[in-house]
Every structure is written in structure tokens, then in C-alpha cells.
Design a protein around this ligand. Structure first.
Ligand code: 13P
Ligand code: SF4
Length: 346
């Protein structure tokens, strides 16, 4: 049961002492974040990983986040993901080989253009390395607009991967909504590279299966139930949802907005359900609601990090066995680090 498991986790942590730090993404369930030394979004956690001294970084999150932690931490540090099944479907929508092929087509169609690739943090290390090798960088939802500005200072077009919704919402934020084209890698017949390459912003056709499910109707329903309700959504949501919301912001912005709300205010949250539940617990004075009832918007990749697996990896470390180590290949690591460093600099 939970009490016994908590006891076992605490015993293992006491044994391991400063050798271990646990990072918990905001979308992890309560039984994980309660044991985390740091809770935050992917950007905050990448900074915590960079500053961690511990020999072992246990990542409560998904594979691409653990890879980023491995890239950022020292070579002597080991990153452990409690479940190897925790893979973000959106990151899997932009495979490096697929991107190589698309890049060849698009750059052939626009030989005189200087196209800068930007990948969202939610991507695998090989794609981050590819972006660095072509003069590009990584961004998160909190700095995507700055990454676009960085790219347009250096080139004349952007290829943004893998999240088309974040890309489109960022283009709107910068007043560049008329300059967008989409690249659907699964439809080789249905696109014309020459036409796509005429646009300044080319969006890879990937999306988050959690945020993509929010609809304007969910916002209408919340407002019908309570005309004073405020709605905040993550920029991985569809354009029309972001437009209908009162505020769109990264995970960190959502947390800050609720933390700074006046007592009694109502905020409906359009993001992964676990974050909404944490906000309800952390800020009982604010009326925090899930935008779409209680049942949906659960990330099945994040959910793979079961607290029993956390117990297992910790107890194995006590027994001097390293399980589920995430290690990025050295050549990829070096280049991906360049792409991440460019982000940390902006
Ligand atoms: P952030 O942590 O960057 O807000 O990303 C949201 C997300 O979907 C993480 O998987
Ligand atoms: Fe991937 Fe979306 Fe889940 Fe984040 S919430 S891990 S982007 S599927």
C-alpha cells in the first residue's frame, strides 16, 4: 500500500543521501512529485539538472527529458528513468531519418534560403543534434518566441518541429500568422516542397495528443457554468482554443498565474490533468477547475512512471545496481548540447 511504499522510498533515500536527486515534472502524479526534490516544467527541470551535484538524477518525466538531463549533467552523473516505457508520442512524431529526408526536399526547393531548424524540447536527442548541426536550437513553451526571434536574426526561414500548434501559436504571437506552411511527413504525395518553402515558417505536422483534445466547446461550457471563470491553456493547444482562452502560457506561467490569483477567483486549466490536481492541492484558496471535466487529458506517457518503479530503481541503487540508465551517444550528446546551450543563452 501507499504507506508501505512511502516508507520504502524514504528508507532508500536516507541510505542514498546526497548521491541522489529526484526531479518531478508537473504532469507526474502526486505519489511521484511528493518525493521530488524539484518539481517544475521541462525548462525548469533542465536547469535543475544542470545545477545538480548528485551522482544519480532520477527523472520523473519522459524519455526526452531524461535525455536532456543526461546531455546537460556531467559525465560522472547518471540519469535514471523509472520506466523505459515513458516515451512522449509527440517526440516520436519527428524521427531524425524522416527529418533528414524532409530537410533535403525543403532545402533543395529553396537553395538560396537560410533555413534555421528549431526543435521543441519535446524531441529526441538526435533531432536536437540535427538542429545544432544546421545552425538551429532548442526551445520550450516558455521561450519559443525568443527562439524564433533568434532564428530570424540569423536566417530568413524557420522549420519548427515537432509541435505544429506551439509553432502556430508562436507565429501568431510574433504577428507572423500569414507566413505559415505545414509539412506533413506522412503524406508524401500531398505536399509541394516548392510551395511550402515559399513560407517563412514551416511547421512539422506533429502534436501533443493530450493538449490537442481541448476544444472551444470546453471553454464555452466553463463560461456557461460560471461567467466569471478565467481560462488559461497551454500553447500546445489548438489555435482556436488558445484564441478563445483568457490566457495562454507555458506550464510555468500556468503555475504562476494560479499562485498569484486572488482568493475566490476561478481558473479553468487547459493542460494535463495532474498539474490541475496539484494546483488544486497547492492553492486551496483559488477555485481551480480542469477545463474538460475530470476524466480526460491524462498523459499516458507521463503515467508510465509508477511509484512502484520509483521504489524499485531506488532500492536497486541501494544494492549498487543501476537500472534504466538513460545515456545519449557521445557524438549526439555534444551537438545536442550546443542546441540546448543556445536555448539557455536566450
Ligand atoms: P513544458 O513542461 O515545457 O510546459 O511542456 C509541456 C509538456 O507537454 C511536457 O511534456
Ligand atoms: Fe508528450 Fe503531450 Fe505527454 Fe507532454 S503531455 S509528454 S507533450 S504527450
Amino acid at each position: 500500500d501507499e504507506a508501505e511504499r512511502t516508507d520504502r522510498i524514504e528508507t532508500a533515500l536516507a541510505e542514498l543521501g546526497d548521491d541522489v536527486v529526484i526531479l518531478g515534472h508537473n504532469y507526474q502524479r502526486r505519489e511521484i512529485v511528493e518525493h521530488a526534490d524539484f518539481v517544475g516544467d521541462s525548462y525548469q527541470l533542465s536547469k535543475e539538472a544542470a545545477e545538480a551535484d548528485a551522482e544519480y538524477v532520477i527523472f520523473g518525466g519522459v524519455t526526452f527529458m531524461a535525455e536532456s538531463a543526461d546531455i546537460i549533467t556531467d559525465d560522472e552523473q547518471t540519469v535514471i528513468l523509472p520506466s523505459m516505457e515513458a516515451s512522449c508520442p509527440m517526440a516520436g512524431m519527428a524521427e531524425a531519418l524522416q527529418v533528414d529526408a524532409a530537410w533535403a526536399e525543403i532545402t533543395d526547393a529553396a537553395p538560396d534560403a537560410n533555413i534555421i531548424p528549431i526543435t521543441y524540447m519535446n524531441s529526441y536527442a538526435d533531432l536536437k543534434a540535427f538542429c545544432a548541426s544546421q545552425g538551429g536550437l532548442v526551445c520550450t513553451s516558455s521561450n519559443a518566441h525568443r527562439a524564433f526571434e533568434w532564428a530570424f536574426d540569423r536566417g530568413d526561414k524557420v522549420l519548427f518541429l515537432p509541435d505544429k500548434h506551439l509553432g502556430e501559436n508562436t507565429a501568431h504571437r510574433l504577428g507572423m500568422e500569414d507566413a505559415i506552411a505545414e509539412w506533413d511527413p506522412w503524406d508524401p504525395e500531398g505536399k509541394d516542397a516548392t510551395e511550402v518553402a515559399e513560407s517563412d515558417i514551416i511547421l512539422w505536422d506533429g502534436y501533443c495528443q493530450v493538449h490537442e483534445r481541448f476544444r472551444e466547446e470546453h471553454i464555452e461550457q466553463v463560461r456557461a457554468d460560471d461567467p466569471d471563470a478565467n481560462v488559461i491553456v497551454h500553447p500546445e493547444c489548438r489555435r482556436e482554443v488558445v484564441e478563445a482562452a483568457d490566457v495562454a502560457g507555458s506550464t510555468a506561467t500556468i503555475c504562476d498565474t494560479v499562485a498569484n490569483a486572488e482568493p475566490g477567483e476561478t481558473w479553468a486549466i487547459g493542460t494535463e490533468i495532474h498539474l490541475t490536481r496539484h494546483l488544486q492541492r497547492w492553492h486551496p484558496e483559488v477555485n481551480v477547475l480542469p477545463l474538460c471535466g475530470d476524466a480526460c487529458m491524462d498523459c499516458n506517457a507521463m503515467r508510465q512512471i509508477d511509484p512502484n518503479y520509483l521504489t524499485w530503481v531506488l532500492e536497486e541503487l541501494v544494492a549498487s545496481r543501476e537500472r534504466n540508465v538513460i545515456e545519449v551517444a557521445p557524438d549526439e550528446k555534444e551537438l545536442a548540447q550546443v542546441a540546448l546551450d543556445r536555448m539557455l543563452e536566450i
